[in-house]
Design a binder for this molecule. Structure first.
Ligand code: PEP
Ligand code: MN
Length: 351
C-alpha cells in the first residue's frame, strides 16, 4: 500500500504515519517524488487494512499496490527515474546512451586504444570487465585490480565514466574507488546478499537480467536494491536462454515496452550477449532503440577478433559509429503509445 500525504504536511505528520505503519507490524519506506509525499508500506504478506491510516493528519489517500514489487513499480512512482552518472543522464526522455568497450580489460595500451576508438565513434561511457565470471575455471578470469587501475587511466585520458562488473562483495571498496557504475551480471541477478550490499554503497547499479529470469523475478531483484535505499538503478536486458541454435541467447525485446509500463527504472539493452554474433549487433541495437530502450551496452574493440573474451560478438568502432548514427535517427520517432499509455494511466490514478 502507498500512503499519500498532502504536499504541505509536516515532518510530525510523516512521523506519525510511519509510527502507525510500524505499530501495524509493517515497515514504512519513504518514496521520494517531485509533487507529493508518499510512504510505502512494506513487509505485508497480504492486503493492508487502510483503516488505521486513513484518519491520520495529512493523509489524503491510501492506494493498494497490486504487484509483489513495490518501490520499482509505476504504481508507487509514476515519474521516470533518471540516473545521473557524472552529468550523463540515463532514463526518462534523455537521448539514448551508448555504453561501449571490450568484454574484458586487456593490456593498458590495448584498452586505451579501444577507449579512444569508441569515444571517437560516439560512446558516452566505457564498459569493460576487470573480474570476469567465466563458465570454465580454466578460462581467462580478468586482470582484477590491475584492470581497475587501467580503467582509471581510461577515465583520466578520455573522460568516459566507467561501468564494470562486481562479482564479489569483497571487492566493493576497490570497485567503488575506480568505477562509476557497478554492473551486476546475469549470473548474480539473484545473489541477494550481494544486492543488499550494493544497496548501501554510493555508485549507481546496472542490473542485468538473469538468463532464465521472468520479468517479475528481475524486478524483485531490483526491489532488493531499492528496498535497501538505492535509487539509481538501471535495468539491462541481455538475452535469455531459449532453444535457439542460431544465436547465443534470445534478446527479449518484448520486455522493453513492458518494463517501461511496469517500472519507472531506465532500461538499457545489450545486443552483444543477447545475440553472441557481431553481424546481429547493429540490427538488434536498432530494434532495441525502436522498442524504447534508454540506451545500449555494446562490446567493442579496435580488432574484435583478437578480443581476450567474447570475440565472436565484439564489433569494431565503425559499427559503434553506425549505432550512434542510428540512435540519432530513431530519436526523432514520436514516443510510443504503449509506454506513454502505461505512464499516463498511472499518473491519472494519482491525486
Ligand atoms: C559481460 O557483460 O561481459 C557479461 C559477462 O555479461 P552477462 O552477465 O550478461 O553474461
Ligand atoms: Mn562479455
Amino acid at each position: 500500500m502507498l500512503v499519500i500525504l498532502s504536499s504541505d504536511c509536516s515532518v510530525a505528520d510523516v512521523a506519525a504515519v510511519e509510527s502507525a505503519i510500524t505499530a501495524m507490524g509493517y515497515t514504512p519506506l519513504a518514496v521520494p517524488g517531485e509533487n507529493r509525499t508518499a510512504i510505502c508500506v512494506t513487509g505485508n504478506k497480504g492486503p493492508v487494512d487502510p483503516g488505521p491510516l486513513r484518519g491520520l493528519r495529512g493523509v489524503v489517500d491510501c492506494i493498494p499496490v497490486t504487484k509483489p514489487y513495490k518501490l520499482v513499480s509505476r504504481e508507487v512512482r509514476a515519474e521516470d527515474t533518471v540516473v545521473d552518472v557524472d552529468g550523463i543522464t540515463i532514463g526518462g526522455d534523455a537521448h539514448p546512451i551508448l555504453i561501449a568497450g571490450p568484454c574484458s580489460v586487456e593490456t593498458e595500451a590495448r584498452t586505451l586504444r579501444i577507449a579512444e576508438a569508441v569515444k571517437n565513434a560516439g560512446a558516452a561511457m566505457f564498459r569493460a570487465g576487470a573480474f570476469k565470471p567465466r563458465t570454465s575455471p580454466y578460462d581467462f578470469q580478468g586482470l582484477g585490480v590491475e584492470a581497475l587501475h587501467t580503467l582509471r587511466r581510461v577515465k583520466q585520458e578520455f573522460g568516459l565514466p566507467i561501468v564494470s562488473e562486481i562479482v564479489d562483495a569483497a571487492h566493493l571498496e576497490v570497485m567503488i574507488e575506480h568505477v562509476d557504475v557497478l554492473q551486476v551480471g546475469t549470473r548474480n541477478m539473484q545473489n541477494f546478499a550481494l544486492l543488499q550490499r550494493l544497496a548501501e554503497q554510493p555508485r549507481p547499479v546496472l542490473l542485468k537480467r538473469g538468463p532464465a529470469a521472468t520479468l517479475t523475478e528481475w524486478l524483485m531483484a531490483a526491489e532488493y536494491l531499492l528496498a535497501g535505499g538505492k535509487r539509481d538503478v538501471i535495468l539491462c536486458e541481455r538475452g535469455i536462454r531459449s532453444f535457439s541454435d542460431h544465436s547465443r541467447n534470445t534478446l527479449d525485446l518484448n520486455v522493453v515496452p513492458v518494463v517501461r509500463q511496469m517500472s519507472h527504472l531506465p532500461i538499457v539493452v545489450d545486443p552483444s550477449h543477447g545475440t553472441g554474433r557481431r553481424d546481429c549487433v547493429r540490427p538488434m541495437a536498432r530494434a532495441a532503440l525502436a522498442a524504447g530502450a534508454h540506451g545500449l551496452l555494446v562490446e567493442a574493440h579496435f580488432d574484435p577478433r583478437s578480443s581476450y573474451t567474447d570475440a565472436a560478438q565484439t564489433v569494431d568502432a565503425d559499427v559503434i559509429r553506425g549505432i550512434h548514427d542510428d540512435a540519432a535517427v530513431l530519436a526523432r520517432l514520436p514516443a510510443l503509445d504503449a509506454v506513454g499509455a502505461g505512464r499516463a494511466a498511472v499518473l491519472s490514478s494519482r491525486p
